[in-house]
Design a protein around this ligand. Structure first.
Ligand code: BTN
Length: 243
């Protein structure tokens, strides 16, 4: 695999777009110590302090239909959770649909997956992963104090970022292969096992509406299903979730 490493970059995600358009191979990785314009979901910025985190984008080019793309985001979340569980012992990471990883209720990881489509096939997926790794609580800006945490804070010791990256990439490769060979079922099961969304009463804000109800599951496509109070089941493709 090709790895592009930067001391500083505006956003690994932006460069990934460019490289993917220029034909970068499946498994190309872009990683930086610092991002000056980190991108979050829903046009938000992503706080990417120097030397503290893991800021990377993985370009994957599986042969998929566009509606299968969300599954890859869920695979990335499962890979990160399994990597953390194999390396750390002082906390249990949980997945908040679609792709935040929380530790003790605070956000530690964000995933932004973007798709390049060509006709009706997926031409490439850009899996952007932001992990608060070695931040101390005082490193976070005021507005993140109550909602953000890091692996080091929760594990109560500094983490080896290179080791965590290597572990994540090895799970990502393993689960992507498993997915391509055997479909989404076993990964979906792992996802549900580690989710803190399923079974809870939630409020989902989509661009169009706010939906309240009980999160009852995800479909085989990775779409969230919410049971409304009137008994109807609603599918949510993209939203912000409050639990
Ligand atoms: C979220 O909003 O939760 C997703 C955050 C994704 C951040 C990562 S950091 C590496 C990659 N490059 C970016 O600019 N964003 C993603």
């Amino acid at each position: 695999h090709t790895i592009h490493y930067f001391e500083e970059i505006d956003s690994t995600q932006r460069l990934a777009h460019q490289l993917a358009r220029d034909g970068a191979k499946d498994g190309t990785i872009i990683i930086a110590e610092e991002q000056t314009g980190g991108k979050g979901r829903m046009q938000r910025t992503w706080y990417s302090a120097k030397g503290k985190g893991i800021w990377m984008t993985v370009i994957v080019r599986p042969d998929l239909l566009p509606h299968q793309a969300p599954q890859l985001t869920l695979i990335a979340a499962v890979s990160i959770v399994m990597a953390m569980k194999s390396l750390y012992t002082n906390f249990t990471p949980e997945i908040k649909w679609p792709n935040d990883i929380l530790i003790n209720g605070k956000k530690c990881v964000g995933i932004l997956t973007e798709m390049l489509a060509e006709m009706d096939r997926v031409d490439g997926l850009l899996i952007g992963i932001g992990i608060n790794a070695n931040h101390e609580q005082t490193d976070f800006p005021d507005e993140l104090q109550e909602i953000a945490t890091s692996v080091a804070i929760e594990e109560k010791q500094k983490v080896d970022r290179a080791q965590l990256v290597a572990e994540i990439l090895s799970y990502l490769e393993r689960y992507t292969d498993e997915y391509i060979e055997n479909g989404f079922k076993s990964i979906k099961q792992l996802w549900v096992e580690h989710s803190c969304t399923i079974g809870k009463r939630i409020r989902a804000s989509t661009i169009r509406e706010v939906i309240e109800g009980q999160a009852i599951g995800i479909t085989d496509e990775g779409v969230l299903e919410i049971l409304l109070d009137n008994g109807q089941i609603k599918k949510v493709y993209s939203a912000d979730i409050e639990i």
